[in-house]
Write a protein that binds this ligand. Structure first.
Ligand SMILES: Cc1cc2nc3c(=O)[nH]c(=O)nc-3n(C[C@H](O)[C@H](O)[C@H](O)COP(=O)(O)OP(=O)(O)OC[C@H]3O[C@@H](n4cnc5c(N)ncnc54)[C@H](O)[C@@H]3O)c2cc1C
Length: 421
């Protein structure tokens, strides 16, 4: 069959979906490309929602993956504000919209992303309880932070992960009082471990954020629909005018599950299980971005990666695989964050328990350094903090799996490139 007779359907209009559509066209696909998304906004990038856009430093227009006219120009059939509620693998159709429109696909890409986990405590239906995933959430939160800053109000954030901390930084910049509640002993515990988590705690404390570690939020106390306080399981009550639930995200696998596609084990983060070509257990269906769980032989596991770069590169890789190009997706996890005047990038994968040493190169006190998570002399991951243009050698070090001299690794006078065999 020639391209022109084929229909490729993309479900999900986040970055992975937008980039997959773009790649299909740049790779010369001339068939129908249909992109369906339940959000009304054109596909956009989410990182600014907790940083520049939230702070009012970036315009709304700057977050979009493409300008609106781009889709028609590239003959992408866009269905916004429409939910896909069924995939029939035998008939090769997807059903979407209120009227149950059916469209037939030759290849299907599921890039349905993730959704914020909900707090399961009394009080979550109060008007001052927020989540942050969508542009509309960020628009609302921006107004909330500005008002809290103006009125000396209190924001309680449940969760000291990336989004919780970035919003804490933004809220402090607006002048709001901020309290963060986190069951683990440090911020970012599951990603960075305690050693580097402490650094983020200090950074935020210096900027006036209050932390309560080792406790859980048990109730959001309100009156007449208004938030008054957040209660924790140690019996404390923390004053609050607004509460942000930033307790992680869950992959949106319902559609794939109902279609009988293989789902990765929950202990590995769940998600739609794909092979190294981003193909699901159905050879005509692919998945990428936050919702996909792909094998990473370097670490001997499969991973679900909830980061911008994985959507940016995974969408195009899936598109190439759908076109039958020889594509192996084995990118190292990479992410970045900005909080106050600290900027960082992290490459690799080193959850607590996987490393035996953290090696610091540079001045951690001045927050200008690279941290390496090392196991038996091999670098599993590296994080550069306010040090730039080192991602490539860090990734090469991780990929090499070479045993390195940790004294040389810690010495800023030894070029990183020299440590890569
Ligand atoms: C506030 C915030 C800040 C972030 N900051 C950073 C950062 O600094 N650095 C970093 O590396 N990463 C960051 N991330 C993570 C990054 O944005 C995500 O990894 C990325 O958005 C994933 O893209 P995606 O296309 O896989 O999924 P998504 O962006 O979630 O897109 C999926 C889309 O599919 C839609 N959809 C789902 N199911 C259906 C259905 N059945 N029918 C129709 N449509 C459907 C969803 O509504 C959504 O629009 C941040 C995320 C958030 C929320």
């Amino acid at each position: 069959m020639v391209d022109a007779d084929q229909t490729f359907v993309i479900v999900g209009g986040g970055l992975a979906g937008a980039k997959a559509a773009e790649t299909l066209r740049t790779e010369g696909f001339t068939g129908r490309v249909i992109l369906i998304c339940d959000e009304r906004d054109h596909p956009y990038e989410r990182p600014p929602l907790s940083k520049g856009y939230l702070l009012g430093k970036e315009e709304r227009e700057s977050v979009f993956a493409h300008e609106p006219a781009w889709y028609a120009r590239h003959d992408i059939e866009l269905h916004l504000g429409q939910t896909v509620d069924a995939v029939d693998r035998a008939a090769k159709t997807v059903r979407f919209g209120d009227d149950g429109t059916l469209v037939r696909y030759d290849k299907l890409l599921l890039v349905t992303g993730a959704e914020p986990r909900r707090l399961e405590v009394p009080g979550t239906s109060l008007a001052g309880v927020h989540h942050l995933r969508r542009l509309s959430h960020a628009e609302r939160l921006k107004g909330v932070l500005a008002a809290l800053g103006r009125d000396n109000g209190h924001l309680v954030i449940a969760g000291a992960g990336w989004i919780g901390l970035e919003v804490a930084a933004a809220a402090r910049e607006y002048g709001a009082e901020v309290t963060v509640i986190e069951p683990e002993p440090t911020p970012l515990h599951g990603v960075l471990g305690p050693e580097l988590g402490n650094l983020f705690e200090e950074l935020h404390r210096e900027h006036g954020v209050r932390f309560h570690f080792g406790v859980r939020l048990t109730e959001i106390v309100g009156q007449d629909g208004v938030v008054l306080a957040a209660r924790t399981d140690d019996g404390e009550e923390h004053p609050a005018h607004d509460v942000l639930a930033a307790i992680g995200a869950a992959p949106r696998t319902a559609l794939a599950e109902a279609a009988g596609l293989e789902i990765a084990d929950r202990s590995l983060g769940g998600g739609i299980a794909v092979d190294e070509h981003l193909r699901t257990s159905d050879p005509d269906i692919y998945a990428a971005g936050d919702v996909a769980s792909f094998p990473l032989p370097l670490f001997g596991t499969r991973l679900r990666v909830e980061h911008w770069a994985n959507a940016l590169n995974g969408g195009p890789a899936a598109a190439r695989a759908m076109l039958g190009r020889d594509t192996v997706y084995d990118r190292l996890p990479y992410f970045f964050s900005d909080q106050y005047d600290l900027g960082m990038e992290y490459s690799g994968w080193a959850p607590p328990g996987s490393y035996d040493q953290v090696v610091i190169r540079g001045d951690a006190g001045k927050r200008e350094f690279i941290a390496f998570w090392v196991s038996e002399g091999r670098v599993l991951a590296g994080m550069n903090v306010n040090v730039w243009d080192v991602t490539e050698p860090i990734q090469r070090l991780v990929r090499s799996r070479a045993v390195v001299d940790t004294e040389a690794l810690a010495d800023p006078h030894v070029p990183l490139a020299e440590l890569v065999p």
